[in-house]
Design a protein around this ligand. Structure first.
Ligand code: ATP
Ligand code: MG
Length: 423
């Protein structure tokens, strides 16, 4: 566990880098004491393409958060996402060899059986350039009886596990770690961005019923689907807010920067929801007069592109072999969730209940940053805190940069999970 009581989340996005400092209170809760944002200049679609530019942005975001909190940051939980992330479901089965209850066939499932079945479920062949980010147990089957959440101490002969395995490009992961290290900070671990955002905004009930968290970022739209309480699918669509800005720039014949400003000022994707259709004033270039554009005209450009992104997500959701519809519907995070009408438009496309994912209540400064733009960064603090608490004692403090070679961390993860569940 970090001995300075700090839990720092670092959300390296395509548009912005956000650092959030959480401090553990005596009551065991977490308070947000520092937040820093800097423009992200070295990423394309969630992938680092310029290390120098990214490390400068990382340093700027963390330094701003340090200034606010008055604390010095040494290590952080870093988010990873984008089109290179992939999730697959897998299963494994083992014969129960655990503690024998009687002299006959009956055997009691022990922690070592659970660790073994998870290892078997994980033993898929991935290409050399992939690395495992997470292996998350979904459910267990004991002697053909499905739907078991916790098989420890059950009597059985065969133990089966279903897991969700999330992999990413090994090079992208290493470049991300390199940027943070070269900015002067250790990476406690890489955490899937949508998993972190889910930690901050989803309720247990939604996860149980089935829900899709749709993170409308600048470069990509990343989705995590929960079903029956556990992650079920990881989806990414290579379109985001940048394409919306690009459309405004082309249609209105203005620069990308002016189009970005116009988009954020208008903040609307459904013209009929605007109470006052005011003009946005775009500065004239080279002595030309300023150009007024009604907000409704921006909304008319935003709408079809956002609807297209939603439809691409919907097509992927429809292709999932789910046994029933997602009762928890859709939860929107990221910059795109800020549009007036984002929820209404999503409800039209998905034909499901939709809501905005504001981070669940925490102490400290969080009220000021209670927006879907901060779901990932705040979620990284929450996830980091949980992983810190679960850390095995002999692994010591968080002074080590974990190089995240799936195999190395996997046994640690199983041990952490077993400790959380059973001890
Ligand atoms: N108030 C707003 N209204 C509409 N769009 C917004 C608003 N604020 C930010 N955006 C847009 O949201 C996008 C950035 O969102 P976000 O910060 O979630 O992305 P990111 O994390 O940097 O990128 P990614 O997750 O794709 O790597 C940009 O395209 C930005 O223009
Ligand atoms: Mg993001």
């Amino acid at each position: 566990m970090a001995n300075d009581g700090l839990v720092v989340g670092l959300d390296i996005g395509t548009t912005s880098i956000r650092a959030v400092i959480g401090e553990r209170t005596e009551k065991g809760t977490i308070e947000i004491t520092g937040v820093g944002i800097s423009p992200s200049l070295g990423l394309r679609k969630g992938v680092v393409v310029n290390i120098e530019a990214t490390l400068k942005s990382v340093a700027a975001a963390i330094e701003a958060a340090e200034m606010m909190s008055g604390r010095e940051v040494h290590a952080c939980w870093t988010g990873i996402g984008g089109n290179h992330v992939d999730g697959v479901n897998s299963r494994g089965v083992v014969a129960v060899t655990g503690r024998s209850r009687d002299e006959k066939e009956n055997r009691e499932i022990g922690p070592e059986d659970i660790a073994r079945v998870l290892e078997v479920a994980r033993a898929m062949v991935f290409p050399m350039d992939r690395q495992i980010l997470e292996v998350i147990p979904q459910t267990y089957i004991v002697d053909k009886q499905p739907g078991i959440r916790n098989p420890l101490n059950m009597i059985g002969v065969a133990l089966e596990a279903e897991v969700h395995i999330i992999t990413c490009s090994a090079n992208s992961a290493q470049n991300l770690i390199k940027c943070v290290n070269r900015a002067g900070f250790r990476v406690n671990d890489l955490v899937l961005q949508t998993l972190a955002a889910g930690r901050a905004v989803l309720t247990e009930e939604e996860k149980e019923l089935g829900v899709a968290l749709v993170d409308l970022g600048g470069g990509t739209t990343d989705v995590i689907v929960y079903f029956q309480g556990a992650p079920y699918s990881t989806i990414s669509v290579p379109l985001g807010g940048s394409e919306i800005t690009q459309d405004i720039s082309i249609v209105k014949n203005i620069s990308f920067e002016n189009a970005e400003r116009a988009k954020i000022d208008a903040r609307c994707c459904m013209a009929e929801l605007l109470e006052n259709d005011e003009d946005i004033i775009i500065e004239g270039l080279g002595g030309r007069p300023p150009l007024p554009i009604p907000k409704s005209q921006i909304a008319v450009i935003v709408r079809p592109r956002l609807a297209e992104i939603y439809r691409m997500v919907k097509d992927k959701l429809d292709a999932l072999p789910l046994s029933r519809p997602l009762g928890g519907g859709i939860v929107l995070t990221g910059g795109g969730a800020e549009f007036l009408g984002a929820v209404e438009l999503a409800a039209q496309v998905f034909r499901m209940p939709v809501r905005i994912g504001n981070p669940l209540s925490m102490g400290g400064l969080q009220e000021r940053y209670n927006s879907p733009l901060f779901a990932t960064a705040i979620g990284l603090v929450l996830e980091g805190n949980i992983r810190d608490e679960e850390k095995i004692p002999d692994r010591g403090t968080d002074t080590k940069v974990r190089e995240k070679k799936g195999q190395v961390s996997f046994f640690g993860k199983i041990w952490e999970w077993l400790k959380k569940e059973f001890f």
